[in-house]
Design a binder for this molecule. Sequence first.
Ligand code: ADP
Length: 486
Amino acid sequence: PSLSLVDPTLLRTQCLIDGSWRDADGGAVCTVHNPASGARLGTVPDMGATETTRAIEAAQAALPAWAALTAKQRAHILRKMHDLMLQHQDDLARLMTAEQGKPLAEARGEIAYSAAFLEWFAEEGKRLYGDVIPAHASDKRILVLRQPIGVVAAITPWNFPSAMLGRKIGPALAAGCTVVCKPALQTPYSALAIAELAMRAGMPRGVLNIVTGQDAAAIGETMTSHPAVRKISFTGSTGVGKRLLAQCAPGMKRVSLELGGNAPFIVFEDADLDAAVAGAMASKYRNSGQTCVCANRLFVHADVYDAFAEKLMAAVSALRVGDGLAGPTEQGPLIDEKAMLKVEQHVADACAKGARVAMGGRRHALGGMFYEPTVLLDASVDMLVAQEETFGPVAPLIRFDSEQQVIAMANATEAGLAGYFYTRDLGRCWRVTEALECGIVGVNTGLISTEVAPFGGIKQSGFGREGSKYGLHDYTEIKYACIGGI
Ligand code: ADP
């Protein structure tokens, strides 16, 4: 199926630096493919350290004027970007499905979600209040201001190519920061389309810059070492996050890291099983299991294990697998061969350690990057599926017998992003919410992402929060002024 965009100029194949569309210095390009078909979609510039430095310096030059605007003036542009994104929602969704593979309905949802961060932070930017603190001496007054942190470098992954950008640039731009973004090479077009809409919305040159290239390490190195960059915001793998954090230490840059999870999804014996299945479907199989808040380990109480498994399998068997541009689907392909090999390794390891494949468990007949939606029974905590993020459509069901036992198992991981549980006992709702070692808890729901709430992890899932007033604060510095001689 062809892209057939209503507005073909949303497919930008150059990078936006200092308000103009540019090629890499030597003209080198990288090729972008559709993971559903393997077809070549087009190219983007293969930029490196030189072009990244140029983008950072453009952002540095644009900073004073952007920071000096009123919050309302900045909000006006962000709001316009939001409106343009919704106006072009179908085209942006087609572009995303083509480069990322997710079902078209999910892509449409992601565009709305991404735009929502621009709208919400445009409004919240107006409420970036300071403080007047009762002073410690009668001839003094204490003021607290919040100021934009400065130039922000944002590095985003391929699983949510629009939303991960929206939730970094929304708060950064609203707070008065300027930004250089590096999208993942698998999915650059969603980011470049946002940049195109930013230009149409009247974004001043240099305020938002996008750099693409295959040498992520060189681009990251430039971002973390340039003295003008005051903050790095990264969403991606834990390994790269740790590396960026270390690289930021010498320059003392602020860092927000949203890294891998290993979410427990707990079904207690008193759960509404139909609701739990609906939540598990949303949490586990969305984006073919390729989200950092996907249920990774499904703990099911022994009393309801068989009943839950049966209902889950009925729901999984109804999933339509295929190319999102070719017809209605609920499951797209995995992003690439590396992702496929990890899923295969996890399933093989689970089987070798005694799990039973109840559904799926192999590459899909469609070929390419398609994997069958999978349910594994009799899984246990010693399997790779329980120890690492599978990042694929595989649900391992682990039995448990008591609340205490399942909390211990759920917390036995270095990741701490999301956790979910289903129960109808109010006391247990509180106890388990407080006991789970993670930044986000879904109680009787599998869907927790919204721009109005603080998204982020603890332990090795990173730090910093995205969304809500906390997300805006992450892009500001506090300045305290002591006014004497009054
Ligand atoms: P994944 O393995 O899921 O692709 P990554 O953490 O490798 O996750 O990718 C997330 C983002 O980080 C992408 O934009 C990728 O290009 C970028 N990236 C990868 N390695 C580095 C690095 N050394 N420095 C900076 N960014 C990097």
